[in-house]
Design a protein around this ligand. Structure first.
Ligand SMILES: NC(=O)c1ccc[n+]([C@@H]2O[C@H](COP(=O)([O-])OP(=O)(O)OC[C@H]3O[C@@H](n4cnc5c(N)ncnc54)[C@H](OP(=O)(O)O)[C@@H]3O)[C@@H](O)[C@H]2O)c1
Length: 362
């Protein structure tokens, strides 16, 4: 590790591409000044997000809508756990030096590139909370984006309740494993939790609380759902994949009339401008075309993360209460980040790939 009195290491990139081709490790000075509402955090663990991987690799050399706005050089990743340092902004309240915290790096569009894959990072106070005493720093790094997303969609948006029936598309991913566990906790033994994943991952997903598993590679998913679930339709659908509009347009066959379709997975905009335009039009139609103009007669919600301290505290309470637990696929040292991204690219991952940056406080 770099000399923590003055210099720190960070992974960074300046163009789109595969992580192994574009990420480099470099040394820069540790920040010595701090915006009013931010704190300097000594990072303990970072967990990787496949959405960030997709963004890194998107539109290579063609059209990089994200890259047009990001700061350069850019640091990837959002999820971290870490320790509060002495450097804190004038408006920061409720945090002391040495506090164990977890949270997210900047989420605003204009701040893309101010990531946390580094030894020290400046973080907004609203985007972090204290790590519950019963949770390790390594586990804590797995929750911020995925646990927060599960909290927002299942509890705030869908308002799931005991006995509900839910379908989760993409059950083995970082968000999916949180959604399955939280759904199981909320709907209880009288509810139904159905999830998709590839066959090799089905035992792990069942152990997290899914009652029924669908191997999406072996079936036409909308047709399968229509055949098997129209007589016991779902109260909510959580699509963490976001790849296929047909899942929503066919949903009246397997989602109750009052049910909610939650499009969690950020739309895969494809690798061409045409594919991206088509997906944007589908998304807009799902959100805006009313039923009398031919829209799908089911409620649809697509929302990016809106981080607030109150919501972060609510997520942290779920973590403390073990409403869901961290699912760690594998752990890599900070210097071996490229191997970690190779693992993420392999699509064999269940849950989270974690980077150990500084394990002193675990
Ligand atoms: N709206 C928000 O606020 C918000 C917040 C966080 C994340 N997200 C989005 O949520 C999505 C999921 O994130 P993540 O971190 O969970 O990703 P992830 O870890 O890569 O998981 C995605 C999962 O989707 C499954 N999958 C891939 N293709 C599929 C298909 N055609 N049908 C069914 N399942 C398929 C994969 O399972 P198998 O390996 O079994 O194929 C994989 O486990 C991303 O698009 C991310 O941008 C949105």
């Amino acid at each position: 590790m770099a000399d923590h009195n003055s210099m720190m290491k960070q992974w960074q990139f300046t163009r789109s591409g595969k992580p192994r081709d574009i990420l480099t490790i470099t040394e820069i000075p540790i920040p010595t000044t701090c915006p009013d509402d931010e704190l300097l955090i000594k990072i303990s663990y970072v967990s990787l997000n496949s959405a960030i991987l997709h963004r890194l690799m998107a539109y290579r050399g063609v059209f990089d809508p994200v890259g047009a706005f990001r700061s350069r050089p850019s640091v990837p990743e959002k999820d971290f756990s870490g320790i509060v340092c002495d450097l804190r902004g004038a408006n920061v309240k409720g945090f002391n030096t040495g506090d164990r915290v977890f949270g997210m790096g900047p989420t605003a569009f204009r701040e893309i590139g101010r990531g946390v894959l580094c030894e020290y990072a400046l973080i907004k106070q609203d985007s972090l909370v204290k790590v519950p005493d019963n949770i390790s720093m390594k586990d804590a790094a797995c929750f911020p984006v995925a646990g927060f997303t599960a909290y927002c969609f299942l509890i705030e948006k869908a308002q799931l309740k005991k006995g509900d029936k839910v379908f989760i598309n993409g059950g083995s991913g970082a968000v999916g494993v949180m959604v399955i566990q939280l759904a199981r906790t909320i709907v209880g033994p009288t509810g139904l939790v159905v999830a998709t994943c590839t066959a090799a991952k089905s035992d792990a997903i069942r152990n997290l609380g899914a009652d029924e598993i669908i191997d999406y590679t072996a079936h036409d998913l909308p047709a399968f759902l229509r055949e098997h679930y129209s007589s016991r339709p779902f109260d909510a659908i959580f699509d963490t994949v976001g790849s296929d509009h047909i899942l929503y347009s066919s949903s009246p066959a397997y989602l109750t009339p009052e049910g909610l379709f939650c499009a969690i997975g950020l739309v895969d905009f494809g690798s061409t401008v045409w594919a991206g335009t088509k997906r944007i039009l589908q998304l807009l139609s799902a959100m805006m075309v009313p039923v009398y103009l031919g829209g799908v007669p089911r409620r649809y919600i697509f929302e990016p993360l809106k981080v607030s301290h109150v919501r972060m505290l609510a997520m942290a309470k779920l973590v403390e209460d073990k409403a869901f637990k961290a699912v760690i696929d594998s752990t890599y040292k900070f210097d071996n980040v490229l191997d970690a991204y190779d693992r993420l690219v392999s699509r064999q991952v269940i849950g989270k790939v974690v980077i150990e940056v500084n394990a002193d406080h675990d």
